[in-house]
Design a protein around this ligand. Sequence first.
Ligand code: XMP
Length: 514
Amino acid sequence: MPHDTIVVLDYGSQTAQLIARRVREVGVYSELFPWDVPTERIMALEPKGIILSGSHHSVYEPGAPTLPHYVLDSGLPVLGICYGMQLLTHTLRGKVAPSQAREYGPAVLTVDGDIPLWAGLPDTLDVWMSHGDRIEAPPPDFLPLAHSHNSPVAAIGNPDRQIYGIQFHPEVSHTTHGKDILANFAIRVCGCRPDWTAGKVIDDVVEQVRRQVGSKRVLLGLSGGVDSSVVAALLHKAVGGQLVSVFIDHGLLRQGEADQVIETFRQAMGLNLVAVNATEEFLEALDGIVDPEAKRKCIGELFIRIFEREARKLGEIDYLAQGTIYPDVIESAAPDRPNAQRIKSHHNVGGLPVDMRFDLVEPLRYLFKDEVRRVGEALGLPEEIVWRQPFPGPGLAVRCLGEVTWERLERLRAADAILIEELRAAGMLRGETSQAFAALLPVHSVGVMGDGRTYGETVALRAVTTDDFMTADWARLPSDLLARISARIVNEVANVSRVVYDITSKPPATIEWE
Ligand code: XMP
């Protein structure tokens, strides 16, 4: 059954994606498109309402993005946010002008008028503003519906036409009732049913996959990360024995991880799982390589080679499943958001083999990461997998600085396991840290244990907080927790004589050390 859908048109604001995420969080399906996407793509979805995002542009700038005709012609409810509001005002012959003071940051908003958009809200709200232009006069037939200190007209609306504009950003967490405003728009103004739940997503995806795949066979590269694990569980539900999953243990996983993947998927879920222990092949290939990019390249290539080799053994297979998620789809559809310069070559398990021909099955294509996790939970995947922190495809090789040997990997695994165990015991593994791990540095230092001198390697602890992994701050872990972790590592892990805590943010550093 099709969903009631809200379309978000992306005018380039940093937070456009967040708008779609927040709408979905209130249970209404939402999709994000570049503002100039062909009309037919939007109309094919039969949306119940349209949201216009913010932008760094000004409506008076030559070449500034415009309002596609169908937005007003369709008669659908519209909500313009920031630039979206200015664009509505400009198009409908109101007055937009540069404000004397650029308003950036928190502001207090007073709402005026008894309209569905404000239903259930207090009279004043803490909101987040970020704009240079402001509304001097609403278009004819539009009412001013809110004001702030710097914006005499901070919201406008024509309740009969169900067209609204707001100057602030409801999608960011600093706007206290932002989600309620988006819920009011989607549910009260547009009349959407809030039926976008994990259970519904699963039913839909299962049906789509069955329709796509028929009785053919599907191959999946399973890494044990959140995305490929949820793909595995979904496809297993959809096509059962037609799915063959290949798990390649490159020997660069964390402590106990390979066993957990095999236990969860083969034993507990009954998946048709081919587990390949390729540790020796990887260690041989990595022998003597210390350059980070050379490590990544070596692992990526060998991975694909082994994956192809295993796939060939399985006979005729038509489909390859991939854990592409919605942000990847959005990024690739938006050529005006070029990816930043390539800092590291990323390698993902299950990358498309070079000379094999498959059609793709991408069951997570329309899901944000938090939705993937909720689907995983609803499918009964264990918490350690669903809430697993991100882990790089090349695994511990890029956390074992210098040469990658089995002995050093084991040292690193032991230190990392202590860090994770202590963070979990302190309740800081979920939420307080977005990603935490140990890195092993090929730096020897002198220590003293008992009466003896030691000369072991250095463990660097890394714990960061971040929303999107593009920027990150180091986590302010309590010093007694750090003390406990450090003492345990030096005492319990042989040949480590020093533990340091990484206090660099990203940028200028990256999250991983290599
Ligand atoms: P950096 O180190 O670039 O990492 O700040 C950002 C995030 O990406 C993860 N990462 C990878 N993920 N394949 C992946 O799937 C990779 O090759 C890779 N390298 C880094 C990193 O752990 C962090 O979450």
